[in-house]
Design a protein around this ligand. Structure first.
Ligand code: FAD
Length: 288
């Protein structure tokens, strides 16, 4: 299908991009990598009259070590995440997840900011951001505000972004050295979205869990935090029994939609399997 006609804008500064958003309001859409927006425009699910391309806005790319946190520009692509030595060393969960997104073509253009802003529960970065306790810098006409990932994903294709705001930066508290991690993703074939996936971040103190974070992809209207599963593991040993209990609790928060990837029962069961696998792998990677 062919999208409806639109006017294309390529602002050269952030204030200009925000100005265009404010000028055209609901008629405008931001364009990042285009790998979610352009298919939606071709299907006419999205019909913006004005497309504001962020590609020429300076300062929206890059991965920086800011001491106790890692800062990533919203226009940083999936491949740039994968190739980053800083992330490989200090935040390998993000690298592991980016590697599992779609195919090389999508990863060359698709951006971290676009994946988050789209609000698609099938996208992988929302759960990764919840697991990492990230926060987002949103820039608008009256300046910047910072919103925690836990407050950002409000519903399917619905986020805390106002229509005049741009997600400019992602901030991730640097995981402590020795933190175990895993993103376990079930997909039908390469290039497909998750049938079910679980992100785990796990820090041990000797044989006991000091901190655990568990988040789920494509198992509800937004990415989900498995808070009861986390609480059940806190201060406990990791063994077959505690893993099985955590997986059961993670399954209890799932509200998947039945579709070609499976019915509700199957997807919920796979959430349990992905959670078990992610916990076991994270445990094997954690220092004790
Ligand atoms: C075949 C295929 C398979 C895919 N599989 C996966 C997958 O397995 N996992 C996964 O996570 N994703 C997957 N995707 C989606 C892909 O990762 C997209 O690139 C991503 O969802 C959107 O990023 P983008 O940069 O392309 O954004 P765009 O498509 O340009 O924009 C998406 C939306 O976000 C808004 N937006 C973009 N940037 C900003 C910003 N900085 N501030 C505010 N709003 C903004 C846009 O206005 C638009 O509404 C797949 C895509 C394809 C085509």
């Amino acid at each position: 299908m062919i999208p409806r006609p639109f006017e294309y804008h390529a602002p050269r500064s952030l204030p200009d991009a925000i100005g265009l958003l404010s000028q055209y309001g609901d008629e405008a859409k931001l364009l990042a990598g285009g790998h979610s927006l352009l298919p939606m425009m071709k299907l006419r699910f999205a019909q913006p009259g004005h497309l504001i391309d962020l590609g020429k806005v300076p300062g929206l790319k890059g991965i920086y070590d800011a001491g106790n946190e890692i800062r990533i520009g919203a226009m940083t692509t999936e491949n740039e995440l994968i190739w980053s030595e800083l992330l490989q060393q200090k935040c390998p969960l993000l690298v592991e997840a980016a590697r599992l997104i779609s195919d090389p073509q999508v990863r060359y253009l698709g951006t971290l900011g676009g994946d988050i802003s789209h609000g698609d529960p099938g996208n992988d970065h929302p759960a990764i951001m919840l697991a990492l306790d990230a926060s987002f810098v949103l820039s608008g006409p009256s300046g910047e505000r910072i919103v925690a990932a836990s407050e950002f994903f409000l519903g399917t294709y619905y986020t805390a972004l106002e229509s005049t705001e741009i997600l400019t930066e992602i901030r991730i508290p640097t995981p402590a050295a020795g933190t175990g991690y895993c993103y376990s993703k079930l997909k039908r074939k390469t290039g497909d979205f998750a049938t079910a996936a679980t992100a785990v971040l796990l820090r041990m103190n000797g044989s006991l869990v000091e901190h655990v974070s568990i988040a789920l992809t494509n198992l509800g209207p937004t990415a989900l935090k498995a808070a009861d599963a986390e609480a059940a593991l806190q201060g406990e040993e990791i063994n077959d029994q505690t893993i099985a209990q955590a997986a059961k609790l993670a399954m209890s928060v799932c509200e998947p939609v039945a579709d070609l990837r499976g019915d509700i029962e199957y997807k919920t069961a796979m959430a349990g399997v992905m959670t078990e696998r992610a916990l076991r792998t994270a445990y094997s990677r954690a220092s004790r």
